[in-house]
Design a protein around this ligand. Sequence first.
Ligand code: GUN
Length: 302
Amino acid sequence: MTAKLIKGTEIREEILEEITQEVKEIKAKHGVVPGLVTILVGANPASISYVTLKIQTAHRVGFNEVQDNQSPDISEADLLALIDKYNKDDSINGILVQLPLPKHIDEKKVLNAIDPDKDVDGFHPVNVGRLMIGGSEVKFPPCTPFGIQEMIVRAGVETSGAEVVVVGRSNIVGKPIANMMVQKGPGANSTVTIVHTRTKDLASHCKRADILIVAAGVPDLVKPEWIKPGACVIDVGVNRVGEKVSEKTGKKIAILKGDVDFEAAKEIAGYITPVPGGVGPMTITMLMLNTLKSLKFKLGLM
Ligand code: GUN
């Protein structure tokens, strides 16, 4: 193995510790802690496990955490009214509506109803616009791209002037991370290319990348020969390719694979994120950071 592993599990611990300390300081000085509400509609098993982890993490860093579980039959109007209630609630700094929502609810309408200054997911068009403008305009970068940028910076990878190639053009990962890396400022100043399913020669673009960010959702899409020796490879893919019995618990668990052929890629890359334990743990971590930032904006500390 030549590549240095960038472990999200370790960086998560560092950041959560920093957040915990800052929450204590703000509480001592200002008498308040960040408030986060998680709204879960229905009982989708994956959503329950994500929300449970978000709640546990919020408690761990000392936030005031409000769980609001709603029936899958809630009407769109009632859900919008609920969001309005939290928009007006002074003790709440972050509102998170877990996606996906049931079919009878218009997801876009719901996300657009969240006060942009409490939109810690960074999905509201106002926050997408703020991210596009960059600099001091940015409030809440979406959590996964925010986590990716933080991993690159904390690993000590030079971004200024670097060729960044982003594989995938989703609104949640591909488009925002490309936008973030091209901005002026630390952890950015890169030359960015986005490639996608209609790109003519995926390999030729990937081969140029000093930093290759892959969020395509296709297991082993990126072949080792597409990787520039010494490059930083960030694998956002979490693909379930089968099941196995856990040695620890004896229960069936999913076998996860990234979008990059890790075993071969780690012999060529300079830095690489594993799957699992790479980008995954960063998303919830950055949700906590955005919620803390929301309170700091309100208190005039940022
Ligand atoms: N469902 C899957 N990922 C996410 C996320 O990052 N935020 C929200 N709100 N829902 C999700």
